[in-house]
Design a protein around this ligand. Structure first.
Ligand SMILES: [Ca+2]
Length: 330
């Protein structure tokens, strides 16, 4: 076995630390949304195997199938039953596996690997020093707020920089009827599940600068129990009371959040990375191709008629359209 119980988030980086063997070494890998029944996944694995073989390292990657829905629970059950793949993608629950002693200390392996070692970001190095079992070679992910450019221009406000600026922008969105349907029915901002995304822009403004901060007595305490955190939560409550923050956030998953953005129910949402924000931009461009955001047109000199669903811009963007029966729900 190449590396028993190695824990990595990306396979390509894992192979960089594999020593050369004469025979293909079997590496069993489990990852969310990576399944042997998806041909593009299989092709990608084959490309990795071929590239590694070309470098003199023969490997045989075997995908361990787990459902995407409920992945974390299914993974936990599998590991606790004693079936432990070589590469594991975790969605939480890893600390429990560390306590059981089934995860590998990556430190010596990374030390041997010039490629992986060189690819580490400074925060990777620091995290590994404290917790050498889990590795995500990504830049830090910080949710970033986004707004339609034309709506920001309609608000007449500059890009917000202070807490007051954000309140002013959310208020302009709420009162401005930027979608032009004659009703003030747009929240300034919405999030998914919790207020973590709001935290990404407001934490520092309220002095919440880390998970552990010093209190007034100079003692290290969890930020959640400080007056700064309470002030921030009171601010969020005030946003909700003013109708600026969508109160349904707590029951909204990410897809519901995004749909509220595309359909004009919320003016600002957050994207977790540049790639995600690029998806928002692409979908939004398709949504607003027609100014009314609606698949009904009223040609001049003719009675109102519905256009064919195939030409509905919202349907093309795989979004629900109130006028297209086939896309009303999804
Ligand atoms: Ca409106």
């Amino acid at each position: 076995m190449l590396m028993r119980k190695l824990l990595l988030a990306t396979t390509a980086l894992a192979f960089a630390i594999a020593p050369a063997f004469a025979e293909p070494v079997v590496i069993r890998m489990v990852s969310k949304d990576l399944v042997s029944t998806n041909p593009p996944d299989v092709k990608h694995i084959e490309r990795i195997e071929a590239a590694m073989a070309a470098k003199g390292t023969e490997i045989d990657i075997q995908i361990v199938d787990l459902p995407s829905s409920g992945y974390a629970d299914a993974l936990s059950v599998m590991l606790l039953s004693g079936d432990i793949p070589d590469l594991i993608y975790f969605r939480g629950g890893d600390a429990k596996m560390v306590e059981q002693g089934i995860l590998e200390d990556l430190t010596p392996w990374i030390e041997k690997s010039p490629n992986l070692k060189a690819a580490l970001y400074p925060h990777n190095v620091e995290r590994l020093a404290n917790y050498p079992y889990l590795l995500y070679v990504y830049p830090p992910r910080m949710p970033q707020p986004v707004i339609r450019k034309d709506w920001l221009e309609k608000s007449g406000l500059p890009a917000p920089q202070t807490v007051e600026d954000y309140v002013a922008l959310f208020t302009a969105i709420k009162d401005g009827d930027f979608d032009g349907d004659g009703v003030a029915n747009t929240y300034g901002v919405t999030t998914a599940d919790n207020t973590n995304e709001l935290d990404s822009i407001f934490n520092r403004a309220f002095g919440v600068t880390g998970s552990w901060i010093k209190n007034e007595a100079g003692e290290w305490v969890n930020a959640r129990i400080t007056s700064r955190e309470k002030d921030k939560i009171a601010f969020y409550a005030s946003l909700r009371e003013k109708g600026l923050f969508d109160p349904e956030y707590i029951t909204s998953k990410f897809d519901v959040k995004e749909d509220k953005f595309y359909t004009g129910k919320a003016g600002v949402i957050f994207g977790s990375s540049a790639e995600v924000i690029d998806i928002y931009g692409g979908k939004m461009r398709q949504c607003i191709r027609t100014p009314s955001w609606c698949c009904w047109r009223r040609p001049r000199g003719r009675p109102s008629r519905a256009i064919r669903p195939s030409t509905c811009p919202r349907k093309r963007a795989a979004l629900p359209c109130p006028r297209c029966p086939s896309t009303r729900t999804r």
